[in-house]
Design a protein around this ligand. Structure first.
Ligand code: ADP
Ligand code: MG
Ligand code: ZN
Length: 617
């Protein structure tokens, strides 16, 4: 609805600036033209004395005389234009009488008295007064227009930015959403409610008011909400939670009212509130100044949802990736009483998502999407869409007409780690250190039984990493053992260990490895209770104190315990370190061979890696 109003206003702004400019330009040119017209008679005309004029008359050398006010213009027989000034009150006749000009002499002269004097009056007297007035007037109109524009804005402040998506042309349906079978099942019910509300109300069933979609960013919440409206064939309004929040208390609440007023007019319909956590945060927490405002906004949403009668067929779909911070009141019956969780896509879903997005891209037929899905654990739907887009860009940059499997696989790393840094060329020394470092990771990953197998090693720098070792799980596993985590930490330390134990020279390279290892070790102790000697519990309370966007972890244990926690974390890292060190010291030969090949070729793929290891052993 507002989509229709809102955008044209912006365009109008531009248009009206142009229009104003044209109007002013036009007005000024007319004034300019008039002014120069007033001066026209001055041009090509020569001022003479009255005696000279009488001489011309006497000699019968005048064709025409035009009197305008005190000015007398005359044209000689050979078309010379001249003029002189007489006294204002003196008529031409009087002059002729004074100079004894006979009637016969004047017969051949065409004498005209023009009312040019009026024009002169306008130009000489009125214009100097009127012109500034006119300009002032125009300026005044311009100003008042501007001001009233601002006034309009103030008036529309409390109005919402509700956009209606008319997806008739590009309807989104459930078939455009891969996977998420559970979610689709639940929403099918909602679609049916919207299509045949009578069926439900007649039997006394209350139509649900709200559905909350929960899922990580890019898992298709927005997409799914659109698909619901597409399936049901009802209007779909969308607004983002952050659009309610303004600096001034009360604005959000009035925007909420506006949203629901607009929606009620078009019921049955769907109102989609994206990122509802922007307003739906727990009340009473947070230190930012806007929290009073957020509270009012949230209250207003609750009031509106409570106010829906059985005959109001509006379904609110909220989406969030932070369900943990949502106010519990939102989830009470009669509000968002349906919660639909969107999972990160598993390998089958990823294959399906890839197939959906491959439809409008020229991809070589033989491409095996399953293989790509295998290589992209943890990718969300949005990541996969981005992956295909990157591969299309890659193919186009090579002037190809079709996208190959190779293009897609090469783009995976780009999506994961950022683009290759062609400009950053490693020096020979850096290259060697990076090769040792990555070979260390790869060896540990290969020889520790709980690590994921190595897919690729590279010393081409990407994003912020100088090189990288890609090891990916063979199957998707949701639950991991402590052994798996320890070996993962060992693999993370592999690069550091080579630098420390073999090269005997540490660089700044492993710092992000160390951070990842530390974070994981901390998690094992404080969140998974995988310590040896600690009482079983969770250590540290995640607090939702949103101060400048940071959420802090509150220490909820004594200093004594803190020492023990530190010790346990150190233990985990120690165990991992020793496991990795063993592997590296035992396989020095393989390490040297890997470094040699890496320095030469920069990347080693899975199969070649296996061959190198087998040959050395
Ligand atoms: P969210 O709102 O959860 O952050 P979106 O719905 O905006 O995510 O998803 C972003 C894009 O990712 C969508 O436009 C769609 O192209 C793609 N996508 C995500 N999930 C899926 C899916 N299950 N099937 C097909 N495409 C998907
Ligand atoms: Mg979204
Ligand atoms: Zn590393």
């Amino acid at each position: 609805m507002n989509k229709k109003d809102k955008k044209p206003i912006k365009k109008n702004d531009k248009k009206s600036i142009l229009k104003n400019f044209l109007i002013y330009f036009f007005v000024f040119s007319i004034i300019g033209a008039l002014l120069s017209f007033g001066n026209l008679e001055n041009q090509n005309s020569e001022e003479v004395g009255i005696n000279s004029f009488i001489n011309f008359i006497d000699n019968n050398n005048v064709k025409e005389v035009v009197v305008s006010g005190d000015r007398v213009n005359f044209t000689t027989n050979n078309d010379e234009k001249k003029y002189f000034y007489k006294e204002e009150q003196e008529s031409l006749n009087e002059i002729f009488t004074t100079y004894n000009i006979s009637k016969e002499t004047l017969d051949s002269v065409n004498i005209e008295v023009s009312n040019l004097s009026n024009r002169n009056f306008i130009f000489n007297i009125l214009l100097p007064i009127l012109l500034p007035l006119l300009l002032f007037f125009l300026f005044f109109i311009y100003l008042s227009k501007k001001l009233s524009g601002a006034g309009n804005k103030t008036l529309s402040f409390g109005q919402s930015n509700l956009k209606q998506i008319n997806n008739d042309a590009k309807k989104t349906n459930f078939k455009d959403v891969a996977g998420n079978l559970n979610a689709k099942d639940e929403l099918t019910e909602i679609v049916d409610f919207l299509k045949n509300p009578k069926k439900y109300t007649e039997i006394g069933a209350k139509i649900p008011h709200g559905v909350l979609l929960i899922g990580a960013p890019g898992t298709g919440k927005t997409l799914l909400a659109k698909a619901v409206s597409g399936e049901a064939g009802v209007p779909f309004f969308t607004i983002s939670g952050s659009e309610f929040v303004e600096m001034f208390v009360g604005v959000g609440a009035s925007r909420v009212r506006d949203v629901f007023d607009k929606a009620k007019k078009q019921s049955p319909c769907i109102v989609f509130i994206d990122e509802i956590d922007a307003v739906g945060r727990q009340r009473g927490v947070g230190v930012s100044g806007s929290h009073e405002e957020r509270e009012q906004t949230l209250n207003q949403i609750l009031v509106e949802m409570d106010g829906f009668g059985t005959d109001t067929n509006i379904i609110i779909i909220g989406a969030t990736n932070r369900p943990d911070v949502l106010d519990k009141a939102l989830l009470r019956p009669g509000r968002f009483d349906r919660v639909v969780v969107l999972d990160a896509p598993d390998i089958t879903d990823r294959t399906e998502i890839l197939k959906i997005h491959a439809k409008n891209k020229p991809i070589i037929k033989s491409v095996n999407f399953k293989l790509i899905a295998e290589r992209t654990p943890g990718f969300s739907g949005a990541d996969l869409e981005n992956l295909l887009n990157e591969s299309a860009i890659l193919a186009a940059s090579k002037n190809k007409k079709e996208i190959s499997l190779e293009d897609i696989l090469n783009s995976i790393e780009k999506v994961l780690l950022g683009p290759e840094k062609k400009s950053h060329i490693l020096s020979k020394e850096e290259k060697k250190i990076t090769a040792y470092h990555e070979a260390g990771h790869a060896l540990v990953a290969n020889f520790l039984e709980n690590c994921d197998p190595v897919h690729k090693i590279s010393i081409v720098s990407r994003g912020r990493a100088a090189g990288y070792t890609l090891n990916l799980p063979e199957k998707e596993i949701y639950l991991h053992s402590k052994d798996y985590y320890i070996d993962t930490i060992a693999m993370m330390l592999g690069g550091y260990i080579v630098e420390k134990e073999l090269l005997k020279k540490l660089s700044s390279g492993p710092s992000s490895d160390l951070k990842k290892a530390t974070d994981l070790a901390k998690k094992l102790i404080t969140e998974f209770a995988m310590g040896e000697n600690l009482p079983i519990r969770i250590y540290g309370e995640k607090d939702e104190l949103f101060f400048l966007g940071n959420n802090t972890v509150k220490v909820d244990y004594s200093e004594e315990t803190a020492k023990m926690v530190d010790k346990e974390i150190a233990n985990i890292i120690d165990t991992a370190y020793n496991r990795a060190k063993n592997v590296i010291l035992k396989n020095k030969k393989a390490l040297e061979k890997l470094v040699e090949v890496l320095v030469k070729k920069e990347t080693i793929e899975k199969d070649e890696f296996k061959k190198i290891i087998e040959n050395v052993i």
